[in-house]
Design a protein around this ligand. Structure first.
Ligand code: ARG
Length: 515
C-alpha cells in the first residue's frame, strides 16, 4: 500500500514538473528569410539561430508569431524569453531591452514600381511611402519625410506599392529581395536608405541569457557557421522566383548545430556563465512612481505623441459616424424588402439579393471585407482610405441593422398594416407612417448595441494604414516600446465614447417612449 502511494506520488510529481519550460522566442513571421511560416511551423534565420541557442542551453524551443510593434514590449515585459524578429539595434530600443551582439548587417531599402521616377532615397520627399508599422523604416521615414502609410507587415507595404496605393516602400533589404523576386514589376533602388544591424533582444533583467547568446553568436562567427547559416537562407529567399518551394519547407541546419555543439571553447564558456552568471540576473531598482512619471511623459508628452491619439480619435469618430448612416440606410431598405417578401410574397428577386448580401457579410470577418474592398475592389482607383473604411463598415453594419429592423417590423401586429390599408393608405405609406416608427422604437436598444459594436469594430481600420484611435496607440507603442500606457489610454477613450453614446441613446429612448 505504502509503496503504491510512493509510486503514485512520484508519477504525479513527474507529470507536474516537466523537465524544463521551453525557451520561448517571439517574432512577426511574415518576414522571409528571417522568419516565415513553412509547412509545420515557423522557420527562418531567427528561428534557426534560436534553435541552436536552445540546444546549447539544453532547452526546447517554442516560436510564437505576433504583430511586430508588439514584439519589443512583449519581450521587455517577460511575455517571452527572446525577441528575434530581424530587430534592428537602436539607442531608443536599448532603453527598453538588452541586445545581444549583432548577428547580421542589414539595411532599409526603397522598393518602387519598375520605371518609376524615384531613383534615390532623397527623392522620397513628398511621396506616398508605405512602411511596416514600428519598423526602423517607419522611424526613418517619419523623421525625415513625415508620417508614412503604416501597414501591419512588409507584405502589405509591398502590396500597396504593387497596386499603386503607395509610390514606394521603405523596408528591410533581404525581405524586400524575396518579395521583389516573388512579384512582377518591382525594383529595389541600389542606394539603401539606412544601414543597420540586427540582434536578439531580451528583457532588461535577462543578463545571463543575453551573455549566453553572445557567447554562442561569437563562437558561430569564429567557426564560420553563422556565415553559412545566413547564406543558406539568403540563397533560399533569393531563389524564390524560380523555386517557390524554396521557402515551403524548413531548411535543414542540423549539420551547423552539430558543429556548434561540438565546440569545446563554447562549452567551457557556457559552463562558466551558468556557474557565475545566475547571480547577474535581476534588474536595477528604480522607484515605481518615478518610472511611471517617466513613461507617462515618454508616451504622451514627448514628441507631442498625444496628437496621435487626438487625430486617431477624430478618424474613428468620422468613420463610425458615416458608417452608421450608411448602415441605417441599407438596413432599412433591406429590412423592408425582406419583410415585404415575407408578408406579401412579392419582391422575390430583391429578397434573394438581400439574402445573398446578408450571407456574405455576416459570414466573413469585417477586417477581411475591409482588406478586400481596399486592395481588390478599389484596387486600382485612388480613393481616400477614410472613404473605403466608411463603405466597408457601413456595408458590414447594414447587414446587422437590417436584421434588427426586420425583427422590429415583424413584431408589429399584422392588424395594424391591415387597418392602415383599410384607411386608404398605400402599402409603402402604411409602412412608413405606421409600422416603421413603432418598429424603430421597439428595436432602439438593439440598434444602439449595434452602433457600439460598430464603433469598436472600426479598430481594425489600421490594417489599411488608416490612423484611427487603435492605430494611434500602436504607433505610440511602436515608438516608445511600452505596451501598458498607450493601450490603457486607448481603452479609456473608447470607454468614454461608448458611455456617452449609451447615455444619448438612453435619452432618445425615453423621449420616444413619452412622445
Ligand atoms: N529591422 C526592422 C526593425 O527592427 C524591421 C523588422 C521587422 N521584422 C519582422 N519580423 N517583421 O524595425
Amino acid at each position: 500500500m505504502k509503496r503504491l502511494f510512493v509510486l503514485l506520488a512520484a508519477l504525479v510529481l513527474a507529470a507536474l514538473a516537466p523537465a524544463q519550460r521551453p525557451l520561448t522566442m517571439i517574432c512577426e513571421a511574415t518576414f522571409p528569410p528571417y522568419e516565415y511560416h513553412v509547412r509545420g511551423g515557423i522557420d527562418g534565420i531567427d528561428p534557426a539561430l534560436a534553435r541552436i541557442v536552445a540546444a546549447c542551453l539544453g532547452r526546447e524551443l517554442e516560436v510564437q508569431d505576433m504583430a511586430f510593434d508588439a514584439v519589443i514590449p512583449a519581450v521587455s515585459t517577460g511575455k517571452a524569453d527572446i525577441a528575434a524578429s530581424g530587430i534592428t539595434v537602436t539607442d531608443e530600443r536599448r532603453r527598453q531591452v538588452l541586445f545581444s551582439v549583432p548577428y547580421v548587417q542589414a539595411a532599409q531599402v526603397v522598393v518602387v514600381r519598375q520605371g518609376c521616377d524615384i531613383a534615390t532615397p532623397e527623392a522620397l520627399r513628398g511621396r506616398r511611402i508605405a512602411v511596416q508599422s514600428g519598423s526602423t523604416g517607419d522611424l526613418f521615414v517619419t523623421k525625415t519625410f513625415g508620417d508614412p502609410e503604416r501597414f501591419q507587415n512588409v507584405t502589405f507595404a509591398i502590396t500597396a506599392v504593387l497596386s499603386g496605393k503607395a509610390e514606394a516602400a521603405v523596408v528591410d533589404q533581404e525581405p524586400a529581395r524575396v518579395f521583389v523576386a516573388g512579384s512582377q514589376g518591382l525594383a529595389i533602388l541600389p542606394e539603401p536608405a539606412v544601414c543597420e544591424t540586427y540582434a536578439f533582444a531580451f528583457a532588461k533583467e535577462r543578463r545571463l541569457l543575453c551573455a549566453q547568446v553572445d557567447a554562442i553568436f561569437e563562437a558561430m562567427r569564429r567557426q564560420g557557421t553563422l556565415e553559412r547559416l545566413l547564406e543558406r537562407y539568403f540563397a533560399a529567399g533569393r531563389s524564390y522566383k524560380q523555386d517557390k518551394a524554396a521557402l515551403a519547407e524548413a531548411l535543414d541546419t542540423s549539420d551547423l548545430l552539430a558543429e556548434v555543439l561540438a565546440d569545446e571553447a563554447l562549452r567551457a564558456r557556457l559552463a562558466e556563465l551558468a556557474a557565475t552568471g545566475a547571480a547577474a540576473e535581476g534588474g536595477e531598482a528604480v522607484g515605481a512612481w518615478q518610472r511611471f512619471r517617466e513613461t507617462l511623459h515618454l508616451n504622451f508628452v514627448a514628441a507631442d505623441r498625444w496628437l496621435y491619439l487626438l487625430r486617431g480619435f477624430g478618424v474613428t469618430v468620422e468613420i463610425s459616424f458615416f458608417a452608421v448612416l450608411i448602415g441605417l440606410a441599407i438596413g432599412f431598405v433591406v429590412a423592408v424588402i425582406r419583410a415585404t417578401h415575407e408578408t406579401q410574397g412579392t419582391l422575390a428577386v430583391a429578397d434573394f439579393l438581400c439574402k445573398l448580401y446578408l450571407t456574405v457579410i455576416r459570414g466573413t470577418p469585417a477586417v477581411v471585407q475591409l482588406l478586400i474592398i481596399y486592395f481588390v475592389i478599389f484596387g486600382s482607383v485612388n480613393v481616400s482610405k477614410v472613404f473605403v473604411a466608411v463603405i466597408a463598415f457601413g456595408f458590414n453594419s447594414g447587414a446587422y441593422v437590417s436584421e434588427i429592423i426586420r425583427a422590429g417590423i415583424l413584431s408589429i401586429d399584422r392588424g395594424q398594416m391591415e387597418a392602415g390599408r383599410s384607411l386608404g393608405l398605400g402599402y409603402l405609406s402604411a409602412m412608413r407612417h405606421i409600422i416603421l416608427p413603432q418598429a424603430f422604437r421597439n428595436v432602439l436598444p438593439a440598434l444602439g448595441n449595434e452602433f457600439i459594436v460598430l464603433l469598436k469594430e472600426t479598430s481594425v481600420a489600421g490594417y489599411i494604414a488608416l490612423m484611427d484611435l487603435t492605430k494611434a496607440g500602436d504607433i505610440i507603442r511602436s515608438q516608445t516600446y511600452t505596451a501598458f500606457l498607450p493601450l490603457l489610454a486607448v481603452a479609456a477613450i473608447y470607454l468614454a465614447v461608448v458611455s456617452l453614446l449609451t447615455c444619448l441613446l438612453g435619452l432618445l429612448e425615453r423621449k420616444l417612449k413619452n412622445g
